[in-house]
Design a protein around this ligand. Structure first.
Ligand SMILES: [Zn+2]
Ligand SMILES: [Zn+2]
Length: 181
């Protein structure tokens, strides 16, 4: 029986995007095989509203190194850059498993989806024009970006359907690399 590396609750086997995963019902973390994480990232059977609800429960990545629930060795931290901020997932290379805190799995999926749409040049251009067409909206957007180091606001913006794909570019180009949570 694998125990949660954070709260020691017994992990239960669940299906996530039709992939087998182990889940902690207390702290909401997931243990998945490394190769399944890549699959889950691309799958989109879970509704976006549920992903957003899950992601909104993210309370930050753990800083301390965690022990692998399977071999009990210390896992290594792996940074995932979601552009808006970074998360740190825990990896055991020996067991090829990955531990994700509450909300991290959903964030990884949402970020993948946003970056896929971001690659759609036409859609991107359309959104940029939409924003540039309204100086007030652009100014308000920039102002808000400049003053949003708080996680809840980052989340709110990240998940705004209209702006999420332009968010990352504007963030990079206009405000520079802040706020990492
Ligand atoms: Zn737990
Ligand atoms: Zn291990």
């Amino acid at each position: 029986m694998n125990k949660c590396p954070v709260c020691q609750e017994t992990l239960t086997i669940v299906e996530y995007e039709d992939q087998r995963a182990r889940h902690c019902s207390r702290c909401g973390g997931y243990l998945v095989k490394q190769n399944r994480l890549e699959l889950i990232r691309r799958l989109d059977r879970i509704s976006k509203s549920r992903l957003k609800a899950d992601a909104a429960l993210f309370r930050g990545s753990t800083e301390q190194r965690l022990k692998c629930p399977q071999c009990f060795r210390l896992m290594r931290k792996q940074e995932i850059d979601l552009r808006v901020f970074r998360i740190h997932i825990d990896v055991c290379d020996r067991c090829s498993v990955v531990w994700l805190e509450r909300g991290e799995l959903a964030l990884v999926q949402l970020a993948h989806e946003a970056s896929t749409r971001f690659l759609d040049a036409k859609e991107f251009q359309r959104r940029m024009q939409e924003l540039e067409a309204s100086p007030e909206r652009l100014a308000a957007f920039q102002e808000r970006l400049a003053s949003m180091p708080r996680r809840s606001e980052v989340m709110e913006y990240l998940f705004d359907d209209i702006e999420e794909s332009i968010f990352e570019t504007i963030f990079r180009n206009i405000t520079g690399p802040r706020p990492y949570l």
